[in-house]
Design a protein around this ligand. Structure first.
Ligand code: GLN
Length: 534
């Protein structure tokens, strides 16, 4: 029978609940249990796919094509589990479903209300994921901060759910912040006490407290928290700021987090196997050098907008024993080629990530031109690949106004065009080409060597594609199409084999990199970057 672990947050937002949930998932996985993580987001958007990366960070895409919260990326990376559309639930999707049912007449004349109809729908999303995965443990993180008006139906659903499954089958972990007051030299517990009081007022008594803190929590303060919040002393866990998020599971293991959770859930503990993870952290802590990788995009003011790209670069760095330094470059600053050169001169590799819209495109094209002309290792992701094709068409083939129809409705040479299946699509929510598709690799190509496989499966999120009418011309001019869809109709990877590393993909490899298993395309990029002296 599946056991449930609910994770809420209090005092402030951005506490790192996602990392705590992912870390506990890792610790349970290390004990041989099967685990899935689920994220409940109280906003009204049906999914985050329509939200600006500036507001919400990256949109993470699962194999089954769900556009989800970036925490799902952490869950997948920490627990090495592939999640799907049942793992991210928003208020918008819950209300949408309930209102559809009401319009169909499914409620037979009843007044449709938050309790029980919305809370029932939330509980059925919990059970839906249980049914799909049958995990030993299901970890459910509720976004937002306790006391927010919009998360109330989720909290009420948890209260009901906990009562229904009974003691020993569900526990609550509440994450809070202990602020440090430098004038008195103290960590303060009062905001956490108040936060637990609010949670209790909704009928939920947490069994475990995870306290974010910048320094060690003195024993007396732990005892105070245990006393006022009605949790056992061993269940007051300290979550210190760490240099790397991948250190968190080990720090939590030292405090026996999984043991405390298992005890509350009446499951006998097991010896964890964290050998590989410990090795990983050793590599993270002892890099032998630093590699500077530029990321040229338009959402560079918020690094969360490219979080999977950054994590994938780091994973490839760990394997090569180097620390990855990210140099953020706003693509608009590269519209002037001289400036672009200046910005890239101290980078050992450059990534042009995914994106939408025309702003900054000419700058991205300059970045790619610089990488191609100076043999600076380059990885293009989705829009980055489309830009690589435009740049090659313009500057090598000489098709001066080659462009994507996303940026110019009537270019003379539409080398990137809207996909046929997208031509009649209406609306923006969930309508792109999404999720995992197979790709066949060209024998002997760089991509083929990197993957060591003939057929790969990668995740997508796009509306545009390389226009097949230009593939012959581009290939004759030296651009190698090293990955194609199985029917040969969609260009998935382009590369320039004579350069150290010039590879770009229509798909998003960053969604499949794992700390213990870096992605081949990122590994290749960093390996090539090691050869670049600056
Ligand atoms: N805007 C491009 C498209 O829709 C690329 C999308 C992306 O980078 N995810 O095809």
């Amino acid at each position: 029978m599946t056991k449930y672990i609910f994770i809420t947050g209090g005092v402030v937002s951005s506490l790192g609940k996602g990392i705590v949930a992912a870390s506990l998932g890792k610790l349970l996985r290390a004990r041989g249990f099967s685990v899935i993580n689920q994220k409940f987001d109280p906003y009204i958007n049906v999914d985050p796919g329509t939200m600006s990366p500036f507001q919400h960070g990256e949109v993470f895409v699962t194999d089954d094509g769900a556009e989800t919260d970036l925490d799902l990326g952490h869950y997948e990376r920490f627990t090495d589990t592939n999640l799907g559309k049942y793992n991210n639930v928003t208020s918008g999707s819950v209300y949408q479903h309930v209102i559809e049912k009401e319009r169909r007449g499914d409620y037979l004349g009843a007044t449709v209300q938050v309790i029980p109809h919305i809370t029932n729908e939330i509980k059925s999303r919990i059970l839906g994921a249980t049914k799909q995965f049958s995990p030993d443990f299901q970890l459910i993180e509720i976004g937002g901060t306790i006391g927010d008006i919009e998360s109330l139906p989720f909290i009420e659903a948890i209260r009901q759910f906990k009562a229904e499954v009974g003691i020993g089958n569900a526990v609550s972990i509440h994450c809070t912040l202990l602020p440090y007051l430098p004038t008195s030299g103290e960590l303060k517990t009062k905001p956490s006490q108040h936060s637990v009081n609010v949670l209790r007022s909704y009928g939920i008594q947490p069994e475990i407290l995870v306290c974010r803190t910048s320094r060690a929590i003195p024993k007396t303060e732990k005892e105070k928290l245990a006393l006022f919040c009605s949790v056992s002393k061993e269940a007051v866990l300290e979550c210190r700021d760490m240099k790397s998020i991948y250190e968190v599971p080990l720090a939590m293991e030292e405090q026996n987090m999984a043991g405390v959770v298992l005890k509350a859930l009446q499951v006998p503990d097991k010896e964890p196997d964290l050998r590989n993870w410990k090795k990983l952290v050793e590599h993270i802590k002892n890099p032998k050098g630093t590699i500077t990788v530029a990321i040229a995009g338009k959402y560079t003011k918020l690094s969360d907008a490219y979080i999977s790209v950054v994590e994938s670069l780091k994973h490839a760095g760990y394997e090569n024993d180097v620390k990855i330094e990210i140099k953020w470059i706003n693509s608009e600053d590269c519209i002037d080629f001289k400036n672009c050169k200046e910005l890239l001169k101290d980078a050992q590799a450059v990534v042009v990530p995914g994106g939408f819209g025309v702003r900054g495109i000419e700058g991205k094209l300059n970045v790619i031109r610089y990488a191609r002309e100076h043999d600076l290792p380059f990885l293009g992701l989705c829009l980055g690949m489309q830009c690589a094709v435009i740049e090659y068409a313009r500057n090598v083939l000489g098709l001066k106004d080659a462009n994507s129809k996303e940026f110019d409705e009537h270019p003379t040479h539409p080398v990137i065009d809207l996909m046929l299946e997208q031509k009649n699509v209406q609306g923006y929510g969930g309508t792109m080409r999404l999720g995992a598709y197979d790709c066949v690799l060209k024998k002997g190509s760089i991509a083929h060597k990197a993957y060591g496989k003939d057929v790969i499966s990668e995740r997508h999120r796009h509306r545009y594609e390389v226009n097949n009418e230009y593939i012959k011309q581009l290939s004759d001019a030296g651009l190698v199409f090293s990955g194609m869809s199985p029917d040969g109709m969609l260009a998935e990877i382009v590369e320039l084999p004579k350069l150290k590393w010039f590879v770009a993909s229509q798909f998003h490899p960053e969604f499949k990199s794992r700390p213990e298993r870096p992605h081949p395309l990122f590994k290749g990029l960093i390996k090539a970057a090691l050869k670049v002296r600056i």
